[in-house]
Structure formats: C-alpha cells, structure tokens
Write a protein that binds this ligand. Structure first.
Ligand code: ZN
Length: 114
C-alpha cells in the first residue's frame, strides 16, 4: 500500500465516518422524537421507521463507526491493510470494497461462524 493509496483510503474513510455521523444524528433525533410524550411535537413528521429498526440501524452503524475509527488508527500506525487476526495482507479488492475491513475474508468468515 503506497502513501498515495493510503491517503486516498484515509479520505474515503473520513468521508464515510462523516456521513455515518450525520445519519446517526438523524436517527438519534428520530428516536428522541419517539420518546417525547405525544402532543409535544404534533407538528413534526413522525418517522415511518419503527423504533426497533432505528435502534438496530444505530447499533450496526456504531459497529461500522468503530471499525472506521480502527482503520484510521491503523493507517496512522502503519498497520493498515494487514489482517488483525492472522497478520496476512488483506487483498486489495477487499479493501477497495470495504475500506474499513480489519481482517481478511478467511478470518472474517471464521469469526462469523463462531
Ligand atoms: Zn486473516
């Protein structure tokens, strides 16, 4: 992974992180709205998503946000692009598709079956 690629991926990760953050704010707002007693926000549009799916989406996004933060850390310390489980290089195509991947396909498949 050359410095140009690293920088490009870093920018991509930062952008993803930013987008996620904004979505999380919107979600958090939607959840808060559900928790507000009826009548106080009558004029607001009620989100069509159920509260459970909002919460699930928020949890999934927390996980992704944590992975993005980890990937950024790994870029900073120079370990980006190696699997954190087996230490092998993560294939380039995988990083292109999933820039915040922290393990290779094999290790991830393994961890998902456990
Ligand atoms: Zn691995």
């Amino acid at each position: 992974m050359n410095p140009t690629d690293c920088e490009r991926i870093k920018q991509q990760l930062l952008r993803m992180y930013h987008d996620l953050d904004r979505r999380r704010e919107i979600l958090a707002g939607a959840i808060q709205q559900h928790e507000t007693p009826p009548g106080e926000h009558e004029r607001r549009v009620v989100p069509s998503l159920s509260i459970e799916s909002d919460l699930r989406a928020e949890m999934a996004e927390d996980t992704i946000a944590a992975q993005i933060a980890e990937a950024l850390d790994r870029i900073a310390d120079g370990t980006y692009g190696t699997c954190r489980a087996c230490g092998q290089a993560i294939p380039r195509q995988r990083l292109e598709a999933l820039p915040y991947a922290t393990c290779c396909v094999d290790c991830e498949a393994w961890s998902e079956t456990v």
